[in-house]
Design a protein around this ligand. Structure first.
Ligand code: NDP
Length: 329
């Protein structure tokens, strides 16, 4: 059926400037790491993207290797774009990345110019696009000179195949160096994509300050710790959950009794705030003004609804924050 997006799609979403750039991003972004591969039902993936767009989510995040199999998330998203979004490309920010293992041999991984440029060409073919909005180096590579990796991003932007450059998983120090090199090449490093959630707060130890000082945006991934920071696993592992699927990195053994006892306490705080734990977890990462967006995953339409609803209560009082700190410490 022809998709006609809601004409109220920009009414409830909020948009934040990505660092010091001119680009605004929806405070909730949708990531396609899971639920968009060939192992997933395309019609469900399509409904999730439609719902996201209807609720004002403009930013869709991919990587060369998302699937499984690797590449299939880009291919499936390309199909969805063609079916539903051809006349809305200019309302969307589409990101992809390269940096992890993608094809055999020495040129399908890490951070060489050869890999990054070839990978983006492959991504564009799978997506059926002429350009992506943001191209990320997916993880630092200690063996490739940073000048070469940043030089590849420079070349990619100059060629028009991406509009902005991003990095992911770089330390605070690596971020400063990358930013400096790109500045010398005439570019502003748009965005960093680190993991951040109540159970993983490494970015508070310096990276957030660096991003603020350098005017770099911060799009944080896995704000729900892949679903652990929701009420989903409170009574065991549901059959249709990420942890029960054979692919992916979230395993039943990661969901320990100790973690669940913390999640139960957090769930109580969320209830007292009249939010679900998923909503509180998203609100918690967005409480810091340096964080541009929460990059969520969703296996169904209702999870998009819940995520967007979290924007209606982003305020935490000191007591709540202290209680959360003591639970997750
Ligand atoms: P989240 O922490 O948001 O986890 C998403 C999962 O949580 C969903 O797929 C769903 O799993 C569950 N969930 C979502 N909403 C609810 C809810 N309301 N109630 C109960 N369960 C819920 O993010 P992801 O780990 O998926 O990561 C998000 C994105 O971040 C990725 O798609 C990718 O774009 C990016 N990313 C980037 C990385 C990088 O290195 N740069 C690394 C990893 C991710 P279920 O299937 O169980 O329903």
């Amino acid at each position: 059926m022809t998709y006609i997006p809601s004409d109220r799609r920009y009414e409830n979403m909020t948009y934040a400037r990505c660092g010091n750039s001119g680009l605004k991003l929806s405070r909730i972004c949708l990531g396609l790491w899971h639920n968009f591969g060939d192992v997933d039902a395309l019609e469900n993936s399509r409904s999730v993207v439609r719902r996201a767009f209807d609720l004002g989510i403009t930013h869709f995040d991919l990587a060369n290797n998302y699937g499984p199999p690797p590449g299939s998330a880009e291919q499936n998203f390309g199909r969805i774009l063609k079916l539903d979004f051809q006349s809305h490309r200019d309302e969307m920010i589409i990101s992809t990345k390269a940096g992890w293992d993608m094809w055999p041999g020495p040129y399908g991984n890490w951070g060489s110019r050869k890999y990054l440029i070839a990978s983006l060409d492959q991504s564009l073919k799978r997506l059926g696009l002429d350009y992506v909005d943001i191209f990320y180096h997916h993880r630092p590579d200690s063996e490739t000179p940073l000048e070469e990796t940043m030089g590849a991003l420079d070349q990619i932007i100059r060629s028009g195949k991406a509009l902005y450059a991003g990095i992911s998983q770089y330390s605070s120090e690596q971020t400063r160096k990358a930013s400096e090199i790109l500045k010398k090449m005439g570019h502003h490093l748009l965005v960093h994509q680190p993991r951040y959630n109540m159970f993983d707060r490494w970015i508070e130890g310096g990276l957030l300050n660096t991003l603020k000082e350098e005017g770099i945006g911060c799009v944080v991934f896995s704000p729900l710790a892949q679903g652990i920071l929701t009420d989903k696993y409170l009574n065991g592992i549901p059959l249709d959950s990420r942890a029960s699927k054979p692919w992916g990195y979230l395993k039943p053994e990661n969901i320990t009794p100790d973690i669940i006892s913390k999640v139960k306490k957090l769930n109580k705080i969320a209830k007292d705030r009249n939010q679900s734990l998923a909503q509180m977890s998203i609100a918690w990462v967005l409480r810091n003004p340096v964080v541009t967006s929460a990059l969520i995953g969703a296996s169904r339409v209702e999870q998009i609804d819940a995520a967007v609803e979290s924007l209606s209560n982003l305020h935490f009082d000191d007591h709540e924050l202290k209680e959360i700190d003591s639970i997750v410490a």
